[in-house]
Design a protein around this ligand. Structure first.
Ligand code: AHM
Ligand code: MG
Length: 329
């Protein structure tokens, strides 16, 4: 018998009475938005949605039309929920205040509507990453940024949706990691990966070696080491250029994904709040680890909404060796 996302989440929440109904309702916003986004992604190239708007987003990058569609769709779907106080998105410079001053507002949502923008126009896997945080303790200032600038351990749910050879939703509410595949013939997400556990050791590394002369030496040497058998296996390389897709493979097949700082991105390229944090939450829930090179990602204190971070995420064996290697080098 097939288990749909709806059935699964009802069972999941029945086992955890402390998890409120509103969280289910928020997850249903992810479901709705991702179905709408994937319908456009699947048609990309047919209509008029490929390419870029002549608009620059808050980081000075040209926005892709699909980025804009995905962003607006997520904002709309979440704004309909009274429990959402504040939203933050990679595509918006400032937090978006939704129902913040309502007594029902209990959550902040942060997301990257379409990760892997360089892959949109070439039909390569892209994805949406999201993180749900409980509202902070009430303070006198009660600024929208207080809702957003919370450490990764404060996430109550997180996950991602991949628009790849199939559409896959992976999420956790802090009780294991589950994956669902969209069955396009009926339009439902069906449980396809129950209780995902990351392999303790894999044989892929994911590292953009084009930047070897820009990445810190110790990262390049770590990768050289595992390539040459330091972990008792020979590693092969995979790098898609969509972090969410590179992570999904790492989650299922094991291995390690590494994106350190470079001279152009001295704090790393990826974003802490809506890219690294949800990925780290999923990784830890699945038995893996995620680091910024010196500490667990989930312990990093966010100071800015669009803060960047180095990201190293992988299975236990690769990550244990990474920490050991960094301490020595
Ligand atoms: P984006 O959010 O604008 O898509 O940027 C993030 C992406 C990651 O998905 C990916 O790992 C990285 O940028 C790739 O960058 P590069 O091509 O410079 O290696
Ligand atoms: Mg991104």
């Amino acid at each position: 018998m097939l288990t749909t996302f709806q059935q699964h989440i009802v069972q999941e929440f029945a086992r955890r009475p402390e998890s409120p109904m509103e969280l289910q309702w928020l997850m249903s916003a992810v479901i709705l938005a991702s179905k709408l986004i994937q319908a456009q992604v699947r048609r990309a190239g047919l209509g008029n949605i490929l390419g870029s708007f002549d608009e620059i987003n808050s980081h000075g990058e040209v926005q892709q039309k699909l980025d804009v569609y995905a962003n607006e769709t997520l904002i709309k779907c979440f704004s309909l929920r009274q429990s959402v106080g504040v939203i933050a998105s990679e595509e918006n410079e400032h937090p978006i205040v939704v129902h913040k001053d309502s007594p029902e507002a209990q959550y902040a949502i942060v997301f990257d509507p379409l990760d892997g923008s360089s892959n949109i126009d070439v039909a390569v896997t892209i994805g949406t990453t999201f993180s749900i945080l409980h509202r902070p303790e009430r303070t006198d200032s009660d600024h929208p940024l207080d809702w957003i600038l919370q450490g990764g351990r404060r996430q109550v749910a997180a996950g991602y949706v991949l628009y790849g050879s199939s559409t896959v939703l992976v999420y956790s509410v802090g009780n294991g990691v589950h994956g669902f595949t969209l069955d396009p013939s009926v339009g439902s997400y069906v449980l396809s990966h129950e209780n995902i556990v990351m392999p303790e050791q894999g044989h892929y590394y994911s590292f953009n070696e084009a930047y070897n002369d820009k990445f810190p030496r110790r990262y390049v040497e770590y990768v050289d080491g595992i390539k040459k058998g330091a972990l008792g296996k020979f590693y092969s390389s995979r790098f898609i250029g969509s972090m969410v897709a590179d992570f999904h493979r790492t989650l299922l097949r094991g291995g390690i994904f590494i994106y350190p700082e470079t001279p152009n991105y001295p704090n790393g390229r990826l974003r802490l709040l809506y890219e690294a944090n949800p990925i780290a939450f999923i990784a830890e829930q699945a038995g893996g680890q995620a680091s910024d090179g010196t500490q667990p990602i989930l312990d990093v204190r966010p100071l800015e909404i669009h803060q960047r971070t180095p990201l190293v995420v992988g299975g236990k064996r690769e990550m244990d060796y990474f920490r050991e290697f960094m301490l020595k080098n």
